[in-house]
Design a protein. Structure first.
Length: 505
């Protein structure tokens, strides 16, 4: 039995890490987790007590491991796409479940160790070798508990878990941003903690930090027993292995799609060219149904929402400046959204598009416009409404419309640099989104440019009419360009297929 389980585990790991000759080894994620742990723990180590440092250090893997579990590692907690093939082999259902649990433990443990090992190495002098080992073990137990909770959420909610997971990931990402901005300000309070407090009663790192106390039962009290209960829940969960069934097909018409229907009709009538219509409709309808795309991109709305929680208000100059940054921030993470447009759970069906008489240029143009209408437009409608509600309609017109224009310009001019594959053509784990030097340079440059543009717009655009005029000018240019392309010689006419792509395309 053990031999069969290990064989399945090796097959799982081969698919996750070694499927392309070793290029998928998780070296980059490991260092991505290790770097913030090195920086943050290096800053905090000299100021915190044993318990305070443990809470601080365990907060890092809580954030860095939970986010991937809801995103790119989400398939590990869902139905195995190869379950039917593996189930046809001479193995028992128990062995399949055990192999998946073992694989999950290896992957999650490897990621968690990326931040736990630096945290243990940089622990204050009050940590002896036993305390450092217990810190690592407490972090692994905490990671297992988070994975167990997410397993139960998906198993109990089934296909309805997607919206809940997106909401949880959005809240968590928002908390991570706030924690990165405000977390170091809590060091004086943590330095005074010798044990758990009422303020941290519901905070898992405070539970697991009690394991390091010299007298955990006496000093930890309820927090220690909460940690024991969490470990028991994790053990029971992985013993039962409540992996959810395969997700059902999503509804094609969501409430957002219904609300955006007038904008879609308007775009297809005035903006989308005839040869782009097929690609536009395909991406508009199919991309929101791709679970991996939704889970990885929708929670990015937490980035601008975090600025609201940091104190954006129209009553002060600082608050208005935060509103400006809030409304220009989405442009900085648009490359991440663009990079996931090729993601699909069924890349094998791509031949239906590849054999159609649509040029690469038309497909790319239709996909870009679909993303603008289906994702960028509702995001800015929401941000505009929030700005109008909290800062007034005049401020929203001054800043939101220029912010939307800036985001669209970034979308148009970074599309070709952020993806090297057509829409809905690759499995999510095959996307080339490694954080190489080009990506890092692009994101940092966008962050700097958008921050400067936000401040300039806030200072220079003093009238709502100017903001409306900027948006109207860009919309007019886009519509005029589309109409000119329709009238150009050789443009596709209704009922005819577009010509072949130009040589060298």
């Amino acid at each position: 039995m053990g031999h069969r389980i290990l064989s399945i585990v090796r097959a799982h790991l081969a698919g996750e890490w070694f499927g392309k000759g070793g290029v998928n080894l998780p070296i980059a994620p490991f260092f991505f987790h290790a770097f913030p742990a090195l920086v943050l723990c290096g800053i905090a180590r000299s100021e915190l007590s044993l318990f305070g440092y443990a809470v601080f250090a365990l907060s890092i893997p809580l954030a860095l491991t939970t986010l991937p579990l809801l995103g790119e590692l989400g398939p590990l907690l869902r139905a195995d796409p190869a379950a039917e093939w593996i189930g046809a082999q001479p193995v028992r259902p128990f062995e399949l479940r055990a192999a998946r649990v073992f694989t999950l433990a290896i992957l999650l443990g490897g990621l968690a160790l990326g931040s736990l090992i630096p945290a243990a190495a940089l622990a204050p002098a009050s940590f002896d070798l036993t305390a450092r080992v217990l810190l690592v073990l407490a972090g692994l137990a905490q990671t297992a508990f988070v994975a167990a909770l997410l397993l139960w959420i998906q198993a109990l909610l089934g296909g309805r878990a997607e919206a809940a997971l997106v909401a949880v990931q959005t809240v968590l990402l928002c908390a991570v941003i706030l924690g990165a901005v405000l977390g170091l300000q809590t060091l004086p309070r943590l330095a005074q903690l010798a044990g758990p407090s009422e303020a941290l009663a519901l905070y898992p790192p405070a539970w697991f930090a009690t394991i390091l106390l010299p007298a955990p039962i006496a000093v930890g009290g309820g927090a220690f027993w909460a940690a024991v209960g969490a470990i028991a829940v994790s053990a029971l969960t992985f013993a039962l292995a409540p992996f959810p069934p395969a997700p059902l097909a999503s509804r094609a018409r969501s409430p957002i799609a219904v609300l955006l229907y007038p904008f879609r009709r308007l775009a297809t009538a005035l903006w989308v060219r005839r040869d782009e219509r097929a690609s536009f409709d395909f991406v508009y309808d199919a991309l929101p149904l791709e679970r991996d795309f939704v889970i990885r991109t929708y929670p990015l709305i937490a980035v601008p929402l975090a600025f609201l929680l940091l104190g954006a208000t129209a009553e002060t100059a600082r608050g208005e400046g935060l509103f400006a940054v809030l409304l220009f921030t989405p442009a900085t993470y648009l490359p991440i959204l663009i990079a996931h447009v090729p993601a699909t759970a069924t890349p094998e069906a791509r031949w239906l598009i590849d054999t159609s008489p649509v040029s690469e240029r038309a497909e790319r143009g239709g996909a870009l416009k679909a993303v603008a209408v289906r994702f960028l437009l509702p995001l800015y409608i929401l941000l505009t409404l929030l700005t109008a509600l909290l800062g007034g309609t005049a401020l929203a017109m001054r800043l939101a419309l220029p912010g939307a224009v800036a985001a669209f310009v970034v979308l148009r001019y970074t599309w070709g640099q952020c993806t090297d594959a057509p829409p809905l053509s690759r499995a999510p784990k095959e996307l080339g989104t490694a954080w190489n030097e080009r990506w890092t340079t692009m994101l940092f440059a966008l962050a700097i440019v958008m921050t400067g543009l936000a401040i300039a717009t806030w200072q220079l655009v003093e009238s709502p009419a100017v903001g409306v005029g900027i948006a109207a000018l860009v919309v007019g240019i886009e519509v005029a360009a589309a109409r000119a392309a329709r009238r150009a010689p050789g443009a596709s006419s209704p009922g005819t297929a577009p010509g072949p792509p130009p040589a060298g395309s």
